[in-house]
Design a protein around this ligand. Sequence first.
Ligand code: ADP
Ligand code: MG
Length: 263
Amino acid sequence: MTSAHTDADVDIRGLGKRYGSATDGVQAVSDVSIHISSGEFVAIVGASGCGKSTVLRILAGFESATEGSLAVGGTPITGPGPDRGVVFQDYGLFPWLTVRENIAYGPRRRRLSRSRVAELADTFTSTVGLDRFASRYPGELSGGMQQRVAIARVLANEPKVLLMDEPFGALDALTRSDLQAELKRIHVETRTTVVFVTHSIEEAVFLADRVVVMTGGASHGVPGHISRIVDINLPDQRDITSPAFNEYKREISDLVHGITDHV
Ligand code: ADP
Ligand code: MG
């Protein structure tokens, strides 16, 4: 198991993103600033179009910011890099490789020794509970199991930061709650820094140390921006039926809907 990196903090300062040209483009987000400590789990929630995916894609280096600065472990982000692992809603697995080969793919590409590749593949196949399915092909697995492979494949690259955009959005409710519990456990064990985008408030409160609430967006006539950052002071083991849990859900729901209501 990887241990927490001490240099895996994420610093986002004054981030803005304009799509299109300076004159007839759209200012999608503006003035987004967050400092995420090494090992922290931060969720970003907000209504559709408020700019969550934009922030995540810029962190991933797939898109560039038009204003502000971003850094991981003090190093400015200039493009995609092995320090960041990305998991999207669609699993993006290689259908012609087995589960284990998919997980071994990154370590193999990094030209690690054969024994180290095997060790990482075994470790992360087992981390996501797929030992018995190691020789199966993605097409033979359920959506939940494919998403487990996608997570293991990214973890096997030992990123400092895990970036996830609605990773469980396509799963049925039961599978989704299994995967949430699994991700929570993996985070507690590895203390990898996680930035997790979701529009499920419950998912955010279940998983995160802090929840960043974004509002606005082009359809509201104001760029997407941070409305509030809520600290979740709950133990790692969370009871979604507890009054404290539901109080957080209500607070965040009010924040998410507050602006929408009077626009
Ligand atoms: P969210 O993930 O919160 O739903 P997005 O980051 O996808 O929001 O989108 C934020 C805003 O930016 C939306 O108004 C969207 O239409 C716009 N947008 C996103 N991607 C592009 C793009 N590639 N080109 C132009 N506009 C975009
Ligand atoms: Mg999105």
